[in-house]
Design a protein around this ligand. Sequence first.
Ligand code: ADP
Ligand code: MG
Length: 616
Amino acid sequence: MTTQTHGFQTEVQQLLQLMIHSLYSNKDIFLRELISNAADAADKLRFKALEHAELYEGDGDLKVRVRADKDKGTLTISDNGIGMTEAEVVEHLGTIAKSGTKAFFQNLSGDAAKDSQLIGQFGVGFYSAFMVADEVEVHSRAAGQKEAVLWRSRGEGTFETGPSDKQGRGTDIILHLKEEEKGFLDSWKLEQVIHTYSDHIGVPVELYKDAKKEGEEGAFEAINQGTALWMKAKSEVKDEDYISFYQHISHDFGEPLTWSHNKVEGKHEYTSLLYIPKNAPWDLYQRERQHGLKLYVKRVFIMDDAEVFLPQYLRFVKGLVDSADLPLNVSREILQDSKLTQSMKGAISKRVLGMLEKLAKDKPEEYAGFWKNFGTVLKEGPAEDFANREAIAALLRFHSTHHDDTEHLVSLDDYVGRMKEGQDKIYFVVADSFNAARFSPHLEVLRKKGYEVLLLSERIDDWMMSHLTEYQGKQLVSATRGELDLEVSEDEKDAEKALEGLLARVKDSLGEQVTEVRFTHRLSESPACVVTSEHGMSSQMAKLLASVGQSAPTVNYVFELNPEHPVVKALESREGEAFDDSVGLLFDQALLAERGSLEDPTGFVKRLNKLMLGSL
Ligand code: ADP
Ligand code: MG
């Protein structure tokens, strides 16, 4: 092995810059990161040794040791885990392999406070050592290898690799602490930080107290017990333990919103510990984002991000499952096809929905915060998880004509509780914006009757509502689609009779632009509106498809006229061009209200100008 100098990947250099200059508020976490890497290394060795017991080399007592040397000003974190080969050291400690790294760097704003939040979410990892050290050495001997490798860097663009004289298996990380960070050499400080972050990881962490001499009996003192937190009885675990464990597995600085710890017995036996975060990670909407639960089998760590245990719409959930039934050599492919994992996924989904239901009931304000961060993700639920549609629907929140503002949200239960005598349906409208929904002409008659209407305007809403047809036995009906079978009064019938010949003339004038022209009683203020047929494609869906580059079938509009509106009554007496222009204008304004834009704005402007000149 020769000594070589390597350059860091550009992203690593950027990360190091940020780490050293911006992330100063919470330096303690470097120890959490390094201890967590050491614990991961122990997990990995344990897993590999299941098939290759010889990798233990007679030393199966896996642990992490922390040692401060006040004379040298160094802090060393050692483990006897899997270790790294020369190639692995170069790859793992010179690049960032995580998916989404590029996107992460594009997300940085240049605002130090915001960016340090982002870094936290990204997982700061090994490089956080440079927050407190001006030089870092890594000595590592991989399990099964004879030679150890040295990695050394000052965090300034390059690192060096070469031979190391380390004997034992595993990794020593030696931090040469910056002058102003020497406080981390105090054992009380170390003890406190280790307690905070590493109390419940699955390997013992021992601290060498520098009052004693190395090699002496009892020189290292166990700080944590190295027992997996999730195996303890709930009554033995304090809230702060759950919170620090969350921070350990999620790399989130913040606290979780809520959690649930369960031991399931019976046909399948497993333990789950599930957390709902308070804050959304920066990459929640990135397609390639890793998500899922940590998987353990009988306390042996198997894999991160086991996504088979969670549906996509619950991808914000963090936590773990520890199964007693799965084989230790389980792979992602096997998990995918296993009946057992499918049944666990079903149970875990139910559990998470139950947690959210409880939160919504007991702590509505916290639930509102959750909804703000994760509501859009939850909206994928009705389409993805048919079996739990009703439970998901109960968790949805909507703007509504009841409050008529963007501040208040209502649930379907609120809505149902307020339904009028004789009202048997839940009405909603999907439009391009809150105001477009709120001022939609389709709402006029419903408002007049005092019926509440849910106002939806997010991109996903139309798609979501197409999968949500019923709640508590009540049909969900779009105010813009199909006929609203509302009762028609005698006056309204008379108004229609008076204009009998009009419909055919209007259809003639508009030709292929509409599939049908008919009278409506859903309007009171507006003269006309367009509706999409009950089973056809809606304008919002067509827009959504167009925005992702898909060709959508053309939307078939039905043109509806309000027979009681003076403008419509006035149509009757018009002839020829004046009739066509008037009909054109009515149709344009109806389209404008529905879609927010026109395909032929010039024609609209021409007709409007004619109108202003009084020639209509
Ligand atoms: P992460 O832990 O999220 O993968 P880190 O930056 O913390 O990111 O670590 C990068 C990689 O370096 C790890 O995935 C692992 O492969 C390797 N590594 C770090 N510390 C150790 C260690 N003590 N023993 C073995 N490998 C390690
Ligand atoms: Mg790490």
